[in-house]
Design a binder for this molecule. Structure first.
Ligand code: NI
Length: 231
């Protein structure tokens, strides 16, 4: 399941992030790449220990916590602190799969990367190329979003970033360990939750059959969550 989450950051927050990142220290993106990804990764990154990354990362996490769509789609257990990268002058990240297990530099805690996230910070009219291409069983999806919007996709997917041929594409990227390990299970729960919310918001919400169905479906949702959740 690949979904987008709009307006994780407000336009004001996007501007703040862009200003802080413009004056932050950038290093070669290969510092955090695994052996295979090093071969194909050509970009720049803010070091994980950078104060700007920490501050802006917390702003992003707060934005996600306010998003019912993110919570419903990701069912997050742990979120890796957001990192930041930039692509310019033809830079690209060739086809790869993200590392399965990430370790936090601060606490040593391990995070299984079930979901990958990219939050776009540069408006799409300011650069050419830079599409995130995600391969799944239905083919390739090309993603280029408004500044402040985020895409969430299974970390099991092969993906790449097309060369940026004009301008500078700055984004945040990070991973989520979900309470629900299987993408297919997560997708079912997301759909079920959406149906329950739709019933609750309908004109017929107070009618006896809809009320009864809502209670029953909510029970099914929680009982599936109970069966599948890992913590
Ligand atoms: Ni990747």
């Amino acid at each position: 399941m690949l979904i987008t989450i709009e307006k994780v950051l407000t336009p004001g927050q996007v501007n703040e992030a862009r200003q802080k990142l413009a004056s932050a220290e950038w290093v070669d993106g290969r510092v955090t790449a695994g052996y295979q990804a090093q071969e194909v990764k050509r970009n720049a990154q803010i070091p994980e220990s950078s104060p700007a990354a920490k501050e802006l990362g917390e702003m992003i996490l707060a934005g996600l916590a306010r998003s019912p769509r993110f919570m419903s789609a990701a069912l997050p257990l742990r979120v890796f602190p957001p990192m930041f990268n930039s692509y310019a002058g033809g830079q690209t990240f060739g086809t790869h799969v993200d590392t399965a297990i990430r370790q936090l530099a601060t606490t040593g805690q391990r995070i299984r990367t079930d979901l990958s996230a990219t939050l776009f910070l540069t408006p799409p009219n300011e650069y050419d190329g830079g599409e995130l291409i995600v391969e799944d069983s239905y083919g390739e999806k090309s993603v280029k979003l408004a500044a402040g919007d985020m895409v969430l996709y299974p970390a099991t997917s092969l993906h790449r970033v097309e060369p940026v041929t004009r301008g500078n594409r700055v984004s945040s990227f990070f991973w989520i360990q979900s309470m629900i390990r299987q993408d297919a299970h997560r997708a079912l729960l997301f759909e079920l939750d959406a149906s329950i919310q739709r019933l609750a918001g309908s004109d017929l919400a107070q009618s006896a059959p809809v009320k009864q169905s809502s209670v029953q479906l909510t029970g099914v949702y929680h009982n599936l969550l109970r069966q599948w959740a890992e913590m």
